[in-house]
Design a binder for this molecule. Structure first.
Ligand code: COA
Length: 255
């Protein structure tokens, strides 16, 4: 088995693998991530072809891991474990390496040394809530990222803003990114200094898309159903979260 960085020709097969897990990726998602320059998708392969994948994102002081997937017929033979070790190795020295895990795969990561930080909610918006937002045109991504999540690298947020819509709260500072993706419309991150304006911003962001919009939330809110429970796990220093100012995370794959 060998590892290499996935290239454009691999993306159709990677989308196919993720479709079987119900992850709703498109080739454009892989291309956009790659173009940020701070995200790398690795594949494990043998003579028979691709066996699995992992995406690692370099948030400067923090490394983020996502899309850990092994082909169904090859599970249970140590490939996931080797992919994870390879991804962590590529990230190099970090204060923290973190990820979101579904309940069903939490034990896999825990057996590789990851510790539980907190439980979060992957939700679907049902609609019928009112919210308010403005469009200001300039956002201090770096400040909020540093203060609310402890990362130092806004490249992913700049990419999300370039493909989505950015809203601001009606009171205080903050922002919400809305992605009207045809396969997985979603909202996040949503951060705001003012708690009332922040919640209103979250609903305004949901309403840009309407019922069916997805988000990863630190706590359940009215007007949403939980699709899956997820856990934030970590190696190294415990990752921070400013619970008073974070209303939604960037997404399952982005942290
Ligand atoms: C999770 C996944 C990547 C594991 O890959 P894998 O190649 O089957 O795992 P490995 O064979 O390397 O297992 C490593 C260890 O984790 C354990 N493990 C693997 N999957 C597990 C699970 N679902 N629950 C509990 N333990 C698990 C193994 O028993 C093994 O333990 P050991 O070292 O003590 O023997 C794979 O099951 C998968 O692709 N799942 C679907 C996609 C997914 O949900 N990914 C995670 C997203 S959060």
């Amino acid at each position: 088995m060998r590892f290499r960085e996935a290239d454009l020709e691999d993306f159709p097969l990677l989308v196919e693998l993720t479709e079987r897990e119900g992850w709703n990726y498109t080739e454009a998602d892989f291309v956009n991530l790659k173009n940020t320059g701070c995200a790398h998708t690795l594949v494990a392969e043998d003579v028979g072809g691709i066996l699995g994948m992992i995406t690692v994102i370099d948030y400067d002081n923090m490394g983020w891991i996502s899309n850990v997937l092994v082909k169904r017929s090859k599970r249970g033979s140590g490939i996931g474990k080797r992919l994870l070790a390879e991804g962590i190795g590529i990230l190099g020295r970090k204060e923290t390496v973190s990820l979101f895990a579904y309940e069903r795969s939490k034990k896999f990561y825990q057996s590789e040394g990851f510790r539980l930080d907190r439980t979060l909610h992957f939700v679907r918006y049902k609609g019928y809530m009112s919210g308010a937002a403005t469009r200001r045109g300039s956002y201090d991504f770096l400040r909020f990222q540093k203060e609310c999540f402890g990362y130092n690298c806004p490249k992913i947020l700049n990419m999300l803003a370039s493909i989505g819509t950015v809203l601001s709260p009606v009171e205080g500072e903050g922002f919400a990114i809305v992605r009207a993706d045809p396969k997985e419309p979603c909202v996040g991150p949503v951060v705001a200094d003012d708690p009332v304006a922040g919640k209103s911003l979250l609903y305004a962001a949901f309403n840009q898309i309407g019922a069916g919009c997805r988000a990863v939330l630190p706590r359940m809110v009215e007007g949403t159903d939980e699709v899956e429970r997820v856990s934030r796990l970590y190696l190294g220093e415990r990752p921070i979260l400013d619970e008073g100012r974070v209303f939604a995370f960037s997404g399952l794959e982005l942290g």
